[in-house]
Design a protein around this ligand. Structure first.
Ligand SMILES: [Zn+2]
Length: 354
């Protein structure tokens, strides 16, 4: 039973509530903050927080409003709500957490502290050890739930981590990278490891609507390639955009935007154009992606351009849509183009004739 956090927060919001009274073990009563309750009778209180299964809910018997405890807290005080979400992520509360919907300001980066000349204050490994991997979290934990809803392969969960305070965590590695901890929040931490398994960068994916969805932190000045610790350079290599997408396919790495068209070298050896296939997301209307595709075709790399029948925009969505890994790998093979054939196919794929 972990509803002690919920109980704690009921008490924390009590100053916002009039006629607040504890009526039982998991029952509280107060004047409804939504409708204001009876105007005539100042002592009338028809709002209740009560327990259902493991969660606390709010219900008003005057206006009929119903809400999760989280929503009620959010309505009353945004900062308390932020703490509430954070605390539940940290402790692995076994109750349902609604997706955090509070607004965040985009974080301020200390640009001069990035990549080149970055002095990493502590070994990244020692710091990641302080975090819980997703595989260590109970199945009901909201972070694990989110990862499992995305159907990520089970064996990948041990190298994905819950980072309860992303800014604070990053500042331990790069002091003052985030000059303000305002709006700090939990993120899924995805480590980028080198050939030796050392972490040289990491990405934080937000769990809710926090922007940007992905934040990448470089600890060393090298290309942001995800998966080089696992890739077999003697076998054909697939290159996708998203680290999480890469986990679904065999011998697949992920390369971030700007690094996409650079020569790819792994463990000191350059990978030839024949030995790799670039697989972009299926977004013909995305201009940024189309620009990258054009460059890739020019560089004479093999490229997968998805068939028109494919309705999903990335590999993870295809998996969620019911495609198996083998089916996706087959579709990629059948839709791989290079040089002239790629140029022709790209024109139809974009649905333009140029
Ligand atoms: Zn009400």
């Amino acid at each position: 039973m972990q509803s002690y956090i919920d109980v704690k927060y009921v008490n924390l919001i009590s100053p916002y509530l009039q006629q607040f009274k504890k009526k039982g073990d998991f029952l509280w009563n107060f004047r409804c903050p939504y409708c204001g309750d009876s105007k005539k009778h100042r002592t009338k209180a028809r709002g209740f927080v009560f327990r259902k299964k493991n969660d606390l809910f709010y219900k008003c018997h005057n206006c009929g409003v119903g809400a999760t405890l989280g929503k009620l807290i959010e309505y009353l005080d945004l900062n308390t709500h932020k703490d509430y979400i954070m605390e539940r992520y940290k402790t692995g509360s076994d109750t349902i957490t609604p997706k955090p919907e509070f607004k965040f300001n985009a974080p301020v980066f200390n640009k001069n502290k990035s990549s080149k000349g970055t002095k990493v204050a502590r070994s990244p490994e020692s710091i990641v050890k302080e975090l819980k991997s997703i595989s260590e979290l109970p199945h009901e934990h909201p972070a694990r739930k989110l990862v499992e809803q995305r159907k990520l392969p089970q064996n990948s969960l041990k190298d994905l981590f819950l980072c309860p305070e992303f800014y604070k965590f990053t500042n331990k590695l790069i002091p003052n990278k985030f000059p303000s901890l305002d709006g700090d929040h939990p993120r899924l931490l995805i480590p980028f490891r080198d050939e030796e398994g050392e972490i040289f960068a990491y990405q934080g994916r937000s769990f809710g609507n926090e922007q940007p969805k992905y934040l990448t932190i470089k600890l060393q000045d090298r290309d942001k390639i995800f998966g080089i610790d696992r890739v077999k350079k003697k076998e054909h290599i697939y290159v996708v955009e998203g680290p999480l997408d890469s986990l679904f396919l065999d011998n697949c790495i992920a390369v971030g935007g700007a690094d996409f068209n650079r020569p790819l070298s792994i463990d000191g050896s350059l990978i030839s154009n024949e030995d790799l296939t670039v697989v972009f997301d299926n977004e013909p209307r995305n201009n940024e992606i189309c620009k990258l595709i054009k460059k890739t075709i020019k560089s004479e790399r093999k490229i997968c351009l998805w068939p028109e029948s494919m309705e999903y925009k990335d590999i993870n969505d295809m998996i969620l849509g019911g495609y198996t890994k083998e089916e996706i790998e087959e579709i990629i093979k059948e839709n791989t183009y290079q040089t002239a054939s790629a140029t022709v196919r790209f024109a139809t794929w974009r649905k333009i004739n140029d």
